[in-house]
Design a binder for this molecule. Structure first.
Ligand code: UD1
Ligand code: CA
Length: 457
């Protein structure tokens, strides 16, 4: 006995107007399909069968994960269509004693908690199938739940096939179900496509069961937002908004302050420590981890980065980098990939760092470019210093050892090394090693031409 899911994701999603298959569109940094798979996995469903069709290679590529198996629905005019036909493609993997949860790839807001409740309701009620239903003020477009006088679910009628009276029924089919494996297998053999769309409807299983004296349960969802389906870009943005709110709520409940959650964009896998304050307009993406007691100032963007504790970042961009405790960054700094800042570092305004290590207590307070460098501890990098790392063909490395001082407006032409406590005079262009403790002056000496203005006359 196993609980398995069958996730339907073969459809084209034409209303998205997209080259990309619908389930691969992302909300808050993760594809819709992966949200559905995660909800199933977190509900304890270890085998998930994804029915793919339209652009199947792309879908398979995005969802190749442990516990996911792909089956292909043949697509084209010569083939049938419909949710029933899609489920049929997974029949080989349905065992008689399995419980099968059917899900869609375009309902990313479904939660593991609801799936757990659906499964336990199904088991307790000894049903052949349980339909997850919802009550909508406007049920247009959805299949309607038809109950008898004893409130038992007798059938599901598609909107297009409803009678005038049935159109008024507000209880709808979410498209999510839990089935007993053996009975689902039997029902799949009995489906036909005699309906307005000539499709095989999985919903017809309900009527088939009733004819055979089997009972169908209905579990009404508590929060109907969870079954919100995405068919257009407008609905994609609506789903994103709901997901964003869930993410921000979770972070706030775990101790982060988010000053304006409506205007803060944090992706689903981001972690934030206690007492960190996030100002408006912040975007935090990917698997970024932010420590505790940090201040992430407004309009900062952080991508796949690790920020330690008590770090302050103002109006800056941090990409694939890491920042040590008590360090300050910005305003207007740009940390490009593989910038590794130590503790108590200061990276000030208009400083760009790329592929460089900067040791503890070092400072670059204003207007510098530090690329492909290894900077030690307690180093001071003056205003407008340039690490000249590129000769037009290759990138070269600069090493600045502990306690060095690089005077303002200097160029360090890589490859080059400034040794421990080396001192570079302002305005120097350094092409050779600066020895331990030495002062390097690499600029022409000032010449004052006396009374020069008078000689010009
Ligand atoms: C379906 C239900 C309807 C329910 C609604 C909820 C049926 C017959 N109807 O209608 O009762 O209220 O969902 O949203 O089941 N798919 C495939 N292969 C196919 C057809 C569909 O994989 O051949 C997938 C689609 O990609 C989609 C899902 O199944 O993710 C639902 O299909 P769709 O055609 O949108 O069903 P609805 O008409 O909305
Ligand atoms: Ca639909």
């Amino acid at each position: 006995m196993m609980i398995k899911s069958i996730i339907l994701a073969a459809g084209e999603g034409t209303r998205m107007k997209s080259k990309k298959p619908k389930g691969l569109h992302k909300i808050c940094g993760k594809s819709m399909l992966n949200y559905v798979i995660d909800a199933a996995k977190n509900a304890g469903i270890s085998e998930n069968i994804l029915v793919v069709g339209h652009k199947k290679e792309e879908v398979i590529n995005e969802t190749k994960r442990d516990g996911v198996r792909h089956v292909v629905q043949p697509m084209g005019k010569e083939y049938a269509y419909g949710t029933g036909f899609a489920v049929m493609q997974a029949k080989d993997y349905i065992n008689a004693d399995d419980y099968i949860v059917i899900l869609y790839g375009d309902t990313p807001l479904i939660t593991n908690k609801t799936l757990e409740k659906l499964i336990s309701f199904h088991k307790k009620g000894n049903f052949s199938a349980t339909v997850l239903t919802a009550e909508f003020d406007d049920p247009t477009g959805y299949g309607r739940i038809i109950r008898d006088e004893n409130n038992r679910i007798m059938s599901i009628v598609e909107h297009k096939d409803t009678s005038k009276e049935q159109k008024d029924i507000r209880e709808i089919n979410s498209g999510i179900y839990c089935f007993n494996g053996n009975q689902l297998r039997d029902a799949l053999d009995k489906l036909d496509n005699n309906n307005s769309q000539n499709e095989y409807y999985i919903t017809d299983a309900v009527e088939i069961f009733n004819k055979e004296g089997l009972t169908v349960g209905g579990y009404k969802i508590e929060d109907s937002l969870e079954i919100f389906g995405v068919n257009s870009r407008i609905q994609l943005a609506q789903a994103e908004k709901i997901m964003r709110q869930r993410i921000n709520d979770k972070l706030m409940l775990s101790g982060a302050t988010i000053i304006n959650p409506d205007n803060t964009y944090i992706e689903c896998d981001v972690q934030i420590g206690e007492d960190t304050v996030i100002f408006p307009g912040v975007i935090i993406e990917g698997n970024s981890v932010i420590g505790s007691e940090c201040v992430i100032g407004h309009n900062t963007r952080i991508v796949n980065s690790k920020i330690s504790n008590n770090v302050e970042i103002q109006y800056s961009t941090v990409i694939e980098s890491s920042i040590g405790d008590n360090t300050t960054v910005g305003p207007y700094a740009y940390l490009r990939p593989n910038s590794i800042l130590g503790k108590c570092v200061k990276i000030g305004d208009f400083v760009e760092v790329k592929n460089s290590k900067i040791g503890d207590f070092s400072k670059a307070s204003h207007l510098a470019y530090i690329g492909d460098a290894d900077v030690g501890k307690d180093v001071n990098i003056g205003c407008a210093v340039i690490f000249v790392n590129y000769d037009g063909t290759s990138k070269h490395k600069t090493i600045v050892q502990d306690n060095a001082f690089i005077g303002s407006n200097s160029n360090l032409i890589a490859p080059v090394i400034v040794k421990e406590s080396g001192y570079v005079a302002a305005g120097s262009t350094i092409t050779d090693e600066v020895p331990n403790g030495a002062l390097a002056i690499a600029r022409s000496r000032q010449v004052n031409k006396k009374d020069w203005r008078d000689t010009k006359k």
